[in-house]
Structures are given as structure tokens and as C-alpha cells.
Design a protein around this ligand. Structure first.
Ligand SMILES: Cc1ncc(COP(=O)(O)O)c(C=O)c1O
Length: 379
């Protein structure tokens, strides 16, 4: 078929594909422990359910990039969290962080531009850059999954239009140190390089030394901040996120969205307002996640030939299995046959690793790691 050649440049997200494959196998009756989830396994908080149920009679379009009250609330929240003075005109409400990222890239990228992705990095960045006619440039993180400034310096050029920073990071669960962010700030200080800060996991933190990369942006006009209610508020399926950026970018995002999806579901916007009004409940989630993180560490300790760091944020263990198998796509197929779904490191540009999500019940984690241990032993 004579399709758009761009369709050949992208493949379905490996993380979503594995997740649906695991779900398909479960639906067919195979017992699969699915530890691929990129979302919290907690139900929608009751106070949100209640508020939204009261509003189901509302059925009209809203302004394209969000109802005014929500945009004002988000602007207020940004000042609280980042001490960054923005107004509703700097806010665009989008269908999750994914749309926020895509539309921001649409706004700034031109053919020939390059965007640096510290790697391992989230699978979608690369494809969004390609879809916007620019070139993804991978810069390896160091062994601790911190920014490696030398690697970034090696790839920065006149063509560099943006750097994507995701801290805590998917898949490593680690975050960038303040020292590395200060060093980055120095090298981009007088350059027209956008910092795209994907702060989607910034509220799921287990280590007090965390500082968001947004605080280290040398020039606010080149800062694009992405966030959503998907991860920290357990609302992934409600599709509500936002971009904070200068007005020109928000105008371009608005135009794009007005001709594509239009506004985010009104009910999701109401849910987001409720969260900001009542104060988020992430702390409760973190308490549970911390316990699970500890249980997983204890179980993983008993498996020879693997290594990993305790995640400092998000809800992923990124496990180095390269002494067992470097082709982790193949390794994950074997795990799936044995009843465990994990995401191979190839999805994030790091073969030899697997990502285990601990957003799952304790019993699932125990059963899943038992299978993992068995297969590791067999190799
Ligand atoms: C690093 C990162 N950024 C953005 C997203 C997109 O999140 P959303 O569900 O809000 O679109 C994800 C989701 O997996 C993610 O892991």
C-alpha cells in the first residue's frame, strides 16, 4: 500500500505492546504476572469519583486547551512548586503528558534540528522527534543513571534545538543530581536550547535530595515543562496533562490541538481541578510504594548475576541482567512464556536490562520475582 513513508519510521511503543500482549494472554486463560505497568494500580480516589459523578450532565466543548479556572489553578500550582511566575496564558491542558510533549515539539522543531535524549530514556521521545521531522540524538547517562555532562558536550552542536530531561527517570527510577544539573546549566547558559522537562514522576519520590531539573533552566523562555495527572494521581486513563511554556509556544500548541483532538474531556478537567483544590493524595500512594520497593529489593537480592539500584523515584526497578543475557527482548519472551511480563531494556535504548514495575500487589510481586529467579537460574 502507498502509505505515508513516515509510518515506516515508527513502531508501536514496545512497552504498550508488551502490556497488551500480557493482557491478551491473560484473557486467553494463561496465568500471567504482568509487571510492565506504567501506571499506579490504585483505584480512582473517592473524592474525585464523587465530584465527577455530580457533573456527568455537563456535555459541551470547552476552550481548546482547557477551562479557564483549571488553567489558573495550574498556574498557581506551578508558582507553589517551582516559584515560576506564570499565568493562564502559559498553560495548555492536554490529553496527558504524551500529547503535551508531542505538541511542544511540534511548536519548536524544524527539519534538521536535533534533540538530545539522555539514555536510557522513555521510548516515546525518539518517535515524537522523528514525527516532527527532527533527529533524536542519544547521550548515555552514567552508570548511576545520572547526567553524563561529557557525553552531552560531545553531542551538543549548532543543530541542537532541545534537551529532554526526565527525572525521576523512566526506566531507571533514578534522578539527576543537582551537581550534574548545575553543570548542564553552565554549558547551555547562553545558548538557544530548549529544556523540555518531563516532570511526570516528580511527585513520586523516595529520597529528599530530589530537585526538579526545571529549577536549573538558565532562561525561562527556553523552558518547557510537561506534567500530567496520570502517574502521581493514579488517573492515567483519564488523559489529562499540561504544558507550561512561553506564550508563543502555547499559541502554537493551541492551534495544533484545535485541529486535532480539541479539548480534553471536560470530566477529566473537573477531576484535575478537584485534585488541585483538595491537595493531592500522592503521599498515601508513596507509603504503599515504599513498602513494595523494599519487598522487591529483598527478593531481588537472592538472585545471582543481576544488579540494580534502589529506585529513588517513580515505580520501576531497572535490572542489569547482562551477565545472564544481553538480548533482553529474547529474554523477556522467555519470561512471558514462563508467565511473567517485564519490559526489555531495548525499549529504552539499553539492551541487557529489564524494567520491573512495582506498581502491583505484594502477592503479584512475590510470584513474579519467583518466576524471574527460576528463569535467571535456567539461563
Ligand atoms: C517518562 C514519561 N513521560 C510521559 C509519559 C506520558 O504520560 P501520560 O499518560 O500522561 O500521557 C509517560 C508514560 O508512560 C512516561 O513514562
Amino acid at each position: 500500500m502507498n502509505l505515508n513513508p513516515k509510518t515506516k519510521l515508527i513502531i508501536e511503543s514496545l512497552t504498550l505492546k508488551l502490556n497488551s500482549l500480557a493482557n491478551e494472554l491473560s484473557a486467553k486463560g494463561k496465568n500471567i504476572i504482568n509487571l510492565t505497568a506504567g501506571e499506579l494500580d490504585f483505584p480512582t480516589p473517592l473524592y474525585i469519583q464523587k465530584e465527577v459523578k455530580n457533573k456527568v450532565n455537563l456535555n459541551k466543548y470547552t476552550p481548546t486547551v482547557g477551562i479557564s479556572t483549571l488553567k489558573h489553578m495550574i498556574a498557581g500550582q506551578i508558582y507553589k512548586d517551582y516559584k515560576w511566575k506564570v499565568t493562564a496564558e502559559n498553560v495548555a491542558v492536554t490529553a496527558g503528558g504524551k500529547q503535551a510533549l508531542f505538541e511542544s515539539m511540534f511548536a519548536i522543531l524544524q527539519e534538521g534540528d536535533e534533540v538530545i535524549i539522555p539514555t536510557p530514556g522513555w521510548v516515546t521521545y525518539k518517535y515524537q522527534i522523528i514525527l516532527n521531522n527532527a533527529k533524536p540524538i542519544l547521550a548515555p547517562l552514567n552508570k548511576k543513571f545520572d547526567l553524563d555532562i561529557k557525553e552531552i558536550q560531545k553531542v551538543i552542536s549548532k543543530r541542537t534545538k532541545a534537551i529532554i530531561l526526565n527525572s525521576p527517570n523512566n526506566p531507571s527510577g533514578s534522578f539527576y543530581s543537582a551537581a550534574s544539573l548545575i553543570a548542564l546549566k553552565k554549558i547551555i547558559k547562553n545558548k538557544a536550547i530548549y529544556l523540555i522537562v518531563d516532570d511526570i514522576y516528580s511527585k513520586i519520590i523516595y529520597d529528599k535530595t530530589y530537585r526538579t531539573p526545571a529549577l536549573f533552566a538558565p532562561q525561562k523562555k527556553y523552558l518547557i515543562l510537561i506534567n500530567s495527572f496520570s502517574k502521581s494521581q493514579a488517573l492515567a486513563g483519564w488523559r489529562v496533562g499540561y504544558v507550561i511554556a512561553n506564550k508563543e509556544i502555547i499559541q502554537a500548541v493551541t492551534s495544533y490541538q484545535s485541529h486535532t483532538t480539541g479539548n480534553v474531556s471536560l470530566l477529566s478537567q473537573i477531576a484535575a481541578q478537584e485534585i488541585i483544590k483538595k491537595g493531592d493524595k500522592t503521599k498515601k500512594f508513596i507509603q504503599i510504594l515504599k513498602k513494595r520497593r523494599k519487598i522487591v529489593a529483598k527478593l531481588l537480592q537472592t538472585i545471582p548475576r543481576i544488579s540494580y539500584d534502589l529506585p529513588k523515584g517513580a515505580f520501576y526497578y531497572f535490572i542489569n541482567v547482562s551477565r545472564i543475557e544481553t538480548n533482553t527482548e529474547k529474554f523477556c519472551e522467555h519470561l512471558l512464556e514462563a508467565g511473567l511480563a517485564l519490559v526489555p531494556g531495548e525499549a529504552f535504548g539499553s539492551p541487557g536490562f529489564v524494567r520491573l514495575s512495582f506498581s502491583a500487589s505484594t502477592s503479584k510481586l512475590i510470584k513474579g520475582i519467583k518466576i524471574f529467579k527460576k528463569i535467571c537460574k535456567k539461563y
